[in-house]
Write a protein that binds this ligand. Structure first.
Ligand code: GDP
Ligand code: MN
Length: 379
């Protein structure tokens, strides 16, 4: 789960990482009030789950008397397909230097990886490509845990020589590690991590991703999820516990198991069609799961046919067949539905479907034949 800048900063503050004071606003009037309250110069920042806001005009300096106008310019702006609905109004900082600091997982090494560079403010990928020697990298052994000497190594490695900055960075690196572990994060990125003209080091931005599978341990972070940041179909699916990703084709896809669903997408493409979604029923196939999934898929106006691809291993396909029929009784689906059943009890499963008398059900014996049929029916 990705967090907005202001949410990430709230977690940073909780772990003692210095940030600037700010307020949330969703209207120009609120932005004005926030700027008045903060006093002096402020920065009006679009809160969207994408980077590059600065370049896109989503970050603007303002005084109390033009904060409202700046807010008006930024609200409603489309930044990489994300429409701005919220603003973070922050006391403006004076910037002498822009550094970059992050901690993420290095899956290859199976260890958290810190990265630090004095070339902050720009995309880290660009630094890694153009001046890799300026990017200090350091792994933390999860069994040994974080040790302060590692931060010193990281800071020297980045070529930061000012003792005052070193001292603050040492503290921030330790706190960022505590934050990363303490929130079960996958990424904590500060870009830029600024040094003010007075020599104070502070986080000016945050990019924060928390492991979805750990959210049950952090209900206060789970609550930060903005339901409007995901498309409505995906929201409905999540509420029903269905794994669903919208794609842009016409053939609705439903399968049991992520691997099977992935190959079903390929087979639909091979048959000359385009999948409308990815939808994984998981190991089950009970009537309620099928009802939920069919509801989500058929709500997509682009869907012309539905391809139901089931392989019964532990799942018994006769049970899935009954689930499909119960589902069709509960919700009227107009779309043609092609079903490929194979595996445990497949013959019985197919017979149940064939005997059902449901006119829009088409049973096919193999994955490829099923895909061809579904593509044909979507024309
Ligand atoms: P991003 O473009 O989405 O990464 O948004 P950032 O929060 O990183 O802001 C982009 C840039 O705006 C920063 O790199 C800074 O140069 C500038 N900026 C952000 N906040 C301030 C501030 O308080 N004062 C000044 N002078 N510049 C700021
Ligand atoms: Mn940034």
């Amino acid at each position: 789960m990705d967090l907005y800048e202001y949410q990430g900063k709230e977690l940073f503050r909780r772990f003692g990482i210095p940030t600037s004071e700010g307020r949330l606003a969703s209207t120009p009037a609120e932005a004005h009030a926030a700027a008045e309250e903060l006093g002096g110069q402020v920065v009006v920042k679009a809160q969207v789950l994408t980077g590059g806001r600065g370049k896109a005009g989503g970050v603007k300096l303002a005084e109390a008397d033009d904060a409202e106008q700046k807010a008006n310019e930024i609200l409603g702006l489309d930044i990489n397909g994300h429409v701005v609905r919220r603003l973070w109004i922050e006391r403006a900082s004076e910037i002498a230097k822009e550094y970059y600091l992050s901690v993420t997982f290095d899956r290859g090494e199976k260890k958290p990886l810190f990265m630090l560079t004095t070339e902050g403010g720009i995309e880290i990928e660009q630094v890694a490509e153009e001046t890799p020697e300026k990017l200090a990298r350091l792994h933390v052994d999860p069994l040994e845990g974080y040790q302060p000497y590692q931060a010193r190594r990281l800071i020297y490695g980045a070529g930061i020589a000012d003792p005052n900055e070193q001292k603050q960075l040492l503290d921030i690196v330790g706190k960022l590690y505590a934050c990363f572990v303490g929130t079960d994060a996958m990424l904590c990125e500060i870009n830029p991590l600024i040094v003010t003209p007075e020599g104070e080091v502070r986080a000016l931005d945050s990019k924060f991703t928390v492991d979805d599978n750990a959210l049950y341990k952090h209900p206060e972070i789970a609550e930060m999820r903005d339901p409007e940041s995901v498309p409505p179909e995906e929201r409905a699916a999540r509420e029903k516990g269905v794994t669903y990703v919208k794609l842009d084709g016409e053939v609705g896809i439903l399968g049991n198991g992520a691997g099977l669903v992935m190959s079903t997408l390929d087979v639909i493409t091979l048959a000359g069609g385009r999948p409308a979604n990815f939808c994984d029923l998981g190991g089950g196939g009970d009537a309620q799961g099928v009802v939920d999934a069919l509801e989500v898929i058929s709500a997509d106006p682009q869907v012309r046919s539905i391809y139901f691809n089931i392989f019964g291993g532990i799942t018994r396909t006769d049970e899935v067949a009954r689930g499909i029929l119960t589902a069709l009784e509960q919700i009227g689906i107009e779309h043609p539905i092609v079903v490929r059943l194979d595996g445990t009890n497949a013959e019985e499963g197919r017979r149940i479907l064939a005997d059902s008398g449901q006119g829009n059900l088409h049973v096919e014996p193999t994955m490829l034949e099923g895909a061809k049929r579904a593509v044909e029916l979507a024309k």
